[in-house]
Structure formats: structure tokens, C-alpha cells
Write a protein that binds this ligand. Sequence first.
Ligand SMILES: Cc1cc2nc3c(=O)[nH]c(=O)nc-3n(C[C@H](O)[C@H](O)[C@H](O)COP(=O)(O)OP(=O)(O)OC[C@H]3O[C@@H](n4cnc5c(N)ncnc54)[C@H](O)[C@@H]3O)c2cc1C
Length: 306
Amino acid sequence: MDSKLKKQLRYLDGVEVDWNVTLAGHTSLRVGGPVSCLIRPLSLAGLRSAVQVLNQNHYPYFILGRGTNLLVRDTGIRAAAISLESGFSQVERVGSSGKIKVGAGLSLSGLLRFCLREGLSGLEFIVGIPGSVGGALCMNAGTDAGVMADVCQEVALLLSDGSLTRLSGAQLRFSYRKLELPADSVVLEAEFSLTPGSRENMREQLRQLLKARKEKQPWQLPSAGSVFKNPPGDYAGRLIEAAGLKGTRVGDAEISMRHANFIVNRGQARASDILALINLAQEKVSQKFGVHLELEIEVVGNNNKT
Ligand SMILES: Cc1cc2nc3c(=O)[nH]c(=O)nc-3n(C[C@H](O)[C@H](O)[C@H](O)COP(=O)(O)OP(=O)(O)OC[C@H]3O[C@@H](n4cnc5c(N)ncnc54)[C@H](O)[C@@H]3O)c2cc1C
């Protein structure tokens, strides 16, 4: 990033900027090289002006949620990362119905705490899923018990030209671990439709869902959740296990013994170790079962040196 752009970003109102930030500290896998800067807008005006300056300078940027679905390459990314955590984490009830309005930067655990406090049921399925509301919407995150598409009624976006828009109903094109959005748009907030429910029942459901998750998943080690999407009619984890790959290691990266669709970081893993395991799993499963495993996690970064 050249010094002229740095100066423009440094003096923007309503924006905090850190330079040359290593993303290993901002991703759940604990790997990944640097971004040019991490921008934290404190308001919509701050976000708008940061996006405008970046666009005017043709400098790439992306929204970093909590980095729980990302594998950032060791060489990092020549881009600015924008975090909505500081300025976009509000949550409020709309009227006396079950509708709530939530900022994209709020954590899913914060959202769930709010729902429990208000006695609003419908989002229990997110228990144990780390990440932000914006990231969960973009990924249509969920489990067999539900997905974001089930409860999301409307999404507010900042478009790359600086204008604001809202998408609702049929305009929201959710699919398996995906929400189609205009290029470079930023999810600002969303409306969810929930149902008033008993706090006691909700607590019991959360307890059961969390217990099941902890029994099945390697939750004590850094990971990015499921690495691959489940192919139609099957499970990626079952195929990887049947290909004999559970426990396979490259460096400190390991195909989890507990759940073969998780790759865990046992300490000092590098993105290149994780990518080597991803390639191995794809290759072996394709050879053995003729199935191509499609990535659920997003691999980002400069790929010329990894
Ligand atoms: C232990 C563990 C368990 C998991 N279990 C599950 C599970 O059961 N089900 C499931 O679906 N996922 C699961 N995940 C994956 C992950 O938690 C979810 O996909 C999560 O919702 C991603 O949120 P995030 O904020 O971390 O997004 P990030 O990983 O930071 O970003 C994901 C994508 O969304 C984009 N994005 C984020 N915020 C915005 C925004 N405001 N506007 C525009 N784009 C945005 C990013 O640019 C990126 O492309 C798990 C992950 C871990 C580590």
C-alpha cells in the first residue's frame, strides 16, 4: 500500500486502522500471513468513507468477520481487511413481536445471549458455531437443526458504489453454505423473525445441542469447522475416514481423529500444511469413491509462494 493511500486512511473520521496485521491472530485456525491493514469503522459514515477511499485507489478489500471459516495463506493478502466488530454490533427488538434487528459485527454467542434474555426462540441451532452475524449470513451457517435462511427476513447492504439497499424475501438467494450478494457489498445488519418461547425449554435445547457438538467435534483445538461441504447424499467426514485419512498429519496440521472433516492445528501448523492435507483428502476421496470434495472453508491470499 503506498504512502498516499495510507495517509488518506489514517486521517479518516470514525475509523481506526492497524497496519501490517498478521491474520493468524484473527482466524480460528491460527494461521495466515499479513494484510496491508485492518480497518475498524466505528460508524456507517466511517465505513462508507473507508470503502470510498479504497475504491478510488483501486485497492482490494474484504470483510473479515471472526475468521472462523477462513484459511489465509502464509504469504498473506495484498488487501485491506475491514472488521465490523467495533461499530456494528448492536441488537434490538423491533416492537413487541418476535422480530429483531442485529448488526453484522455482533458475535453469534452475543446474539444467542440476547435471544435467551428476551425469550426469543429460533436461533438455538447456532449454539457452538463461532463467528459473526455477517459471516454466518454470508455462509448461510447452520446445522441439520436449522440455517440462517430459516430465520432471516431482511438484510441491509452497503454496495461498492457507496449506496445502501435492503434485500428481503425472494431477493435473498440463500443456498447450501452460501448467500448470493452483489460483488464487494457489505452486510450491515439483518432482521430475524423469531418466536417467543420458554427460556427453560431454550436452555435445555441449547444444552443438548452443545453436548452433541462437543461429543462429535474437536472443539479444544484450533480449526475452521467443516473443511468440505457434504456431497449430495453423503458426508465428507465419512468419505475421508473411509479413505483411511483420520489422524494424517502434515507438520502440525492434522485430519482430526474425532471428526475427519475437521483439520486441526496442533500448535505451529502453517497454511501450506493445511492446504497439503486438503489436497490429499480431495485426491484420495476422488480416487477411491469418484467424489469431488468441494471446499466449505474459504482459502484466501496470495498463492504464489505457499
Ligand atoms: C469450531 C467451529 C465449528 C463450526 N461449526 C459450524 C457449523 O456447525 N455450521 C456452519 O455453518 N459453520 C460452522 N463453522 C464455520 C463458521 O463458524 C461459520 O461459517 C461462521 O458463520 C463464519 O463467520 P465469521 O464471522 O467467522 O466469518 P469469516 O470466516 O470471517 O468470513 C466468512 C465469509 O463471509 C464474508 N463476510 C463476513 N462478514 C461479512 C459482512 N458483514 N459483509 C460481507 N461479507 C462478510 C467474509 O469476507 C468471508 O468471505 C464452524 C467453525 C469453527 C471454527
